[in-house]
Design a protein around this ligand. Structure first.
Ligand code: C2E
Ligand code: MG
Ligand code: MG
Length: 761
């Protein structure tokens, strides 16, 4: 028994089960048999009716077992149905005892059957008591108990009025009648409690519809049993032959529903509220009306219960109102929070791009004819380096710091926003252009003031792009123009400020075109490396050369670095470009005779990249150039980059590569730098080459180099006179047009060969 009929996948219906089909068929036969005998009188001996009842209970037991052993069901569910199975088996025994008693087997069979009947009933209903109520907090728990009180009050009144009080009618108050009344009241209230449990229970593991059927089974079984005990019913022997199959059938349906819902994973959310307390109150109210009209007795009791129950429901309602209020307040707060989150930057708490655009649109729409609206876009310089070298936590701390300084510098009517990354924006309304400039100057100064960020002393530079809007301007256009101005400012150098002017777009577009062309140039080998010899003073012997990049532009001809290095730096193209130069220069230098060195210029961006020493090592390996014949030229701004830059400089030293400080003397922190940045060489910037006037700086730099045991090279020597003066000061190395201009690799090789031939003579 109990083979499952194949079911449609996804939703196995109730009847797709052999045992359930059998129990349904037997149930139908049972009802027909009962009705038939009801009309035509007894057709067969009473034990046959009892056997029919057992026939219904057996497949029901099988169905209970199915759930009790279903691995897909929750343990609590399995436990319940295993107990139910015991209960149904007990009922089979109960009925067997009845049959034996009717067959005249012995006098004690009937009482034993009645006792066992009660026990079996308890076994079946007991697990329901353990179902949890769906109350998560105290208020809800109180609510459930109030509901329960209401239900019990109404049910108690009904049972008393219609069933139990009957035992006292006629003034015959005897002990058995009192006991009967107490038992009826107790059983009735217990049933109500179980019913409430089933309706209010918040069990998510149980199928709720299944629970209803279990409740129905208990109700039918208990009420039917009570009635059949109190009012012996004759025609076919006993009312129980109809009651028990119905109870069993309800349990069978419950078991099936549980299996089906477990298989379909139906969601069983706990119920929010129940109509039952209201039904209870309505019933009691109906009784009030009814006893007032017909004066049925128990009037005082009915009125009293009605008042108490009404009070309970009112309290319940008050609690619910308070809960709702709290809930609404929470929802309101949440809504506010969602709106805030959707319009603000989580890190800095500033307005985000969405809100900023909204405000710009509103400002442009609302502005009067002469009212000014200014939009400023701000981009931090070198933020990426901070993020990459010091980590995201420091980057975030820096952004928060910047946000605070900006917010502190503006009026509360102005909007400061973070548009994303290191891009900020400010909206000024009704502020004169000069005042905007003043505020931006204050912000720039505030950012430049050193601050400890995440334990690191830092100053921040930013580029500002400003655009003025008027009433009716399109917000998108304004933002785009501010962006163009900002790029213009960035282009002009770090910490720039630029106001949008018509025509800036074309310059910006020109720059983008340049960048695209440069990208292609790197790929298509349009770049070439020139070399400018470095010589000894005074005799002009070549000791090495500096690699200087050129762009052999297909239309514009040979371009110097001034025409494209800036664009390359702004777009990050400097990294592949620098790598290309490094490889080309080392490859060429490896073919030079003797110990001639090659110097390669490296930009901040390259040196900030964590993998830079590896790139240099690879270039050396590929070319076969010994490390000490390579000099990496850095400028002072590069050397103070911090983070990976410092580690990279050390990494290069560890490789055995020489370091040189280029354009020495033009930066701000020259002296302190020498103490912290370990270099081998300094290159005196050509602006300090003595030319008629004082040679004090050239002299001082040389002394300093000697103090730090560094090699000094004089750059940009253009005349014999300059060379002579440098020699007199004590310089031993120089570079400049006077000795040689930057030249192609082939030209340098030729020159080296000539020099070698001269030396050999
Ligand atoms: P720098 O490293 O200071 O290079 C020296 C510059 O001075 C070169 O300009 C050179 O042609 C020029 N020069 C040499 N002798 C004289 C002279 O006697 N008088 C004058 N007036 N100028 C002289 P160039 O080749 O135009 O390079 C300019 C700058 O571009 C370089 O300055 C360097 O900072 C940068 N650069 C060049 N190649 C590269 C490269 O491959 N990577 C990077 N990152 N920067 C490069
Ligand atoms: Mg240089
Ligand atoms: Mg230089």
């Amino acid at each position: 028994m109990g083979k499952s009929v194949p079911a449609t996948p996804g939703h196995p219906p109730l009847f797709a089960d052999r045992a359930f089909q059998i129990v349904t068929a037997l149930m139908t036969i049972n009802v027909f048999a009962f009705l038939l005998q009801e009309h035509v009188g007894r057709l067969w001996p009473s034990p046959v009716n009892w056997l029919l009842v057992i026939a219904v209970i057996i497949p029901t037991t099988a169905l209970c077992r199915r759930v009790g052993t279903d691995p897909a069901s929750a343990p609590a569910v399995r436990r319940y149905w295993r107990t139910a199975e015991v209960g149904t088996v007990l009922f089979i025994v109960v009925i067997s005892l009845r049959i034996l008693s009717e067959l005249g087997a012995g006098t004690w069979f009937l009482p034993a059957s009645v006792v066992l009947h009660v026990i079996a009933g308890l076994v079946l209903t007991w697990p329901l008591v353990g179902l949890p109520f769906s109350a998560r907090d105290r208020a809800r728990k109180v609510g459930v108990w109030l509901d329960l009180g209401t239900l019990s009050g109404a049910a108690g009144l009904l049972i008393w009025h219609f069933v139990a009080s009957e035992q006292f009618i006629g003034g015959q108050v005897t002990l058995p009648r009192v006991v009967a009344a107490v038992v009826i009241m107790g059983a009735g209230l217990n049933l109500v409690y179980l019913g409430a449990k089933v309706v209010l229970a918040g069990v998510e593991t149980f199928a709720r519809r299944g629970l209803y059927w279990i409740g129905a089974s208990a109700l039918i079984g208990a009420l039917g049993s009570a009635i059949s005990f109190l009012h012996p019913y004759q025609p076919q022997g006993n009312l129980l032959v109809l009651v028990l199959p119905f109870a069993a059938y309800a349990a069978a349906v419950g078991a099936r529903v549980q299996v089906v819902e477990t298989a379909t994973q139906a969601r069983r959310a706990p119920r929010g509220y129940s109509l039952m307390p209201y039904v209870a109150i309505a019933t009691v109210d109906a009784m009030v009306v009814y006893h007032n009209v017909w004066d049925t007795g128990d009037g005082l009791l009915i009125d009293g219960v009605a008042v108490v129950l009404t009070a309970l429901v009112v309290i319940r309602q008050l609690i619910a109102f308070r809960q709702n209020d709290a809930l609404l307040a929470r929802i309101g707060l949440q809504e506010k929070r969602f709106r805030h989150e959707a319009t603000h930057d989580a890190l800095t708490g500033l307005a985000n791009r969405t809100l900023f655009n909204e405000r710009v649109t509103a400002a442009a729409n609302d502005a009067g004819p002469d009212e000014l609206v200014s939009i400023v876009l701000i981009d931090l310089d070198d933020f990426k380096i901070v993020n990459d070298t010091l980590g995201h936590a420091t980057g975030d701390a820096l952004l928060v710091h910047v946000a605070e300084r900006m917010q502190a510098a503006v009026r509360s009517a102005d909007t400061v926003a973070r548009l994303g990354g290191d891009e900020f924006a400010i909206l000024f309304k009704g502020v004169e252009g000069t005042d905007v400039e003043g505020t931006l100057t204050r912000i720039a100064a505030a950012l430049l003031a050193p601050a400890l960020i995440d334990g690191e002393p830092m100053t921040v530079r930013a580029s500002f792009g400003v655009v003025d809007g008027r009433s009716g301007d399109d917000a998108g256009d304004l933002m785009r123009r501010a962006d163009i101005a900002m790029y213009e400012a960035k282009e002009r150098g770090e910490g720039g400020y630029e106001r949008y002017q018509p025509g800036m777009e074309t310059r910006g577009a020109e720059r983008s075109r340049r960048a695209a062309a440069l990208r292609a140039a790197i790929l298509e080998d349009q770049l070439v490396v020139f070399f400018q010899p470095v010589v000894t003073l005074p005799d002009g012997r070549i000791t090495g050369a500096e690699a200087l990049v050129r762009w052999q532009h297909p239309i514009e001809g040979l371009l110097g670095p001034g025409a494209f290095i800036d664009v390359a730096e702004q777009t990050g193209l400097i990294v592949p470009l620098g790598t290309w130069v490094l490889r080309a220069a080392t490859r060429e230098a490896a073919s030079w005779p003797g110990e001639l060195t090659v110097a390669v210029n490296v930009s901040a961006r390259q040196l900030g990249d964590a993998g830079f020493p590896a790139v240099v090592a690879a270039a050396l390996r590929e070319s076969g150039l010994p490390p000490h014949r390579l000099t990496v030229e850095i400028t002072e701004s590069v050397a103070v980059g911090g983070g990976a830059t410092t580690e990279n400089l050390q990494g290069l030293r560890d490789l055995g590569v020489r370091l040189s400080l280029d354009d020495f003397g033009t930066g701000a922190s020259t002296l302190s730098l020498l103490a912290t940045c370990p270099v081998h060489q300094i290159k005196l910037d050509r602006s300090f080459i003595p030319d008629g006037g004082s040679d004090a700086i050239a002299d001082a730099v040389l002394r300093m180099a000697r103090a730090f045991a560094l090699e000094a090279v004089a750059e940009g020597v253009e005349t014999a006179e300059q060379a002579a003066r440098l020699t007199r000061l004590g310089y031993e190395r120089a570079q400049g047009f006077h000795f040689a201009r930057p030249m192609s690799a082939a030209a340098l090789r030729e020159r080296l060969e000539t020099a070698a031939a001269v030396a050999a003579r």
